[in-house]
Design a binder for this molecule. Structure first.
Ligand SMILES: [Zn+2]
Ligand SMILES: [Zn+2]
Length: 352
């Protein structure tokens, strides 16, 4: 089969990542599942992987491996212990391959599985390919006849925004103001989910007017353009000088965390949640204690959360905005994302 694999760091996308022929994945374990990829989402993390941002954190994975951690498609083959899945079933995949037996797995904290593998990130082959191997535990079956292709971004962008919004929920009450920083693949879910799951007034913050209009169409109550001051003055104005109670930072690089601290609630008890990464956040300890700020990190989400999100989508309460690219044009899709030209989420569709 064809697969787009990361061969070396820090080159142009079509040089670092190469489309090559590799053997089809095979069932080797009783719970293995092979999925024919319908759509594979293009994530900023894929760009960061090419840039070696994750190299050390992932324990220097062996190259090459196939990118793609946001996958949906159809069941192709299953191991002998798998029940309830048959060839042709439409499915969406939790991003991790988990054991189901360790303590984190048993408490539903899939992201912390002690034997977890992360296809598309840690050297395990991901979904920029015709087929992907995962395990039964990662599979969420979709209703018969569902087209899984446009749903792929729920598998990472969606679940990651959902998990972060769940972390924000205990801090929201009528009158809360929340700022969603960055209306991209994740942030466009963040705006919708804050409106569906909480009573907060939602302010969308972005550097692009087009993306702010997009945020309004998704239900944002107010929008703020991030100029030279990162939107600080505008947000203070929109909140009558109080600042935000909650910040969901889907960017967390290019200075956004430092700006965020300036418009985090001026009084007490503000909460900054970072989902993006790459930058630094440096609150003083005096800020932390005197204003009782909460600083929270959030990564991906659990299998149950992805199931809940798919239910919200089924109910028509959360929509996805996806732009499809032929998979052979993965380099163009990465470049368009890098330039900020993709509205919503890019999805690669196998064209071979
Ligand atoms: Zn991702
Ligand atoms: Zn586990």
């Amino acid at each position: 089969m064809k697969a787009a694999r990361l061969y070396e760091y820090n080159k142009d996308f079509d040089e670092s990542v190469r489309l090559v022929d590799v053997p089809d994945p095979e069932i080797t374990g009783p719970s293995d599942v092979i999925v024919k990829i319908g759509g594979a989402g293009v994530c900023r993390t894929d760009i960061h992987l090419v840039q070696a941002v994750w190299q050390e954190a992932l324990g220097d994975p062996r190259l090459p491996y196939t990118l793609g951690h946001e996958n949906a498609g159809w069941i192709e083959a299953v191991g002998p212990a798998v029940t309830g899945l048959a060839k042709g079933d439409p499915v969406i995949l939790h991003p991790l391959i988990t054991c189901g037996l360790c303590r984190p797995c048993r408490t539903g904290y899939d992201m912390a599985c002690e034997a977890g593998k992360f296809p598309g990130l840690d050297g395990t082959d991901g979904g920029y390919a015709q087929y992907l191997k995962t395990s039964e535990r990662a599979v969420i079956k979709l209703a018969p006849g569902t087209d899984p292709v446009p749903l792929a971004p729920f598998a990472d962008a969606g679940i990651t925004a959902y998990h972060a919004v769940k972390k924000a929920m205990p801090y929201t009450y009528p009158g809360t103001t929340a700022v969603v920083v960055g209306i991209g693949g994740l942030g466009h879910f963040g705006v919708q989910l804050m409106k569906v799951m909480t009573p907060a007034t939602v302010i969308a913050l972005d550097t692009s007017r087009e993306r702010l209009q997009f945020a309004e169409s998704l239900g944002a109550d107010k929008v703020a353009l991030a100029g030279d001051d990162g939107g600080v003055a505008e947000i203070l104005k929109l909140t009558g000088g109080r600042g935000a109670d909650i910040i969901l930072d889907f960017v967390a690089e290019s200075g956004t965390p430092a700006f965020a601290l300036k418009y985090l609630r001026q009084a007490r008890g503000g909460t900054y949640i970072t989902i993006g990464y790459g930058g630094d956040i440096r609150p003083t300890t005096l800020d932390l204690i005197s204003k009782e700020f909460n600083i929270i990190g959030s990564i991906v989400g659990s299998y149950s959360e992805l199931s809940e999100l798919m239910e919200l989508n089924r109910q028509g309460r959360v929509h996805i905005s996806a732009t499809t690219f032929p998979m052979s044009e993965y380099a163009r899709a990465l470049l368009e994302l890098d330039k900020g030209h993709v509205l919503g989420r890019g999805v690669l569709v196998p064209d071979f």
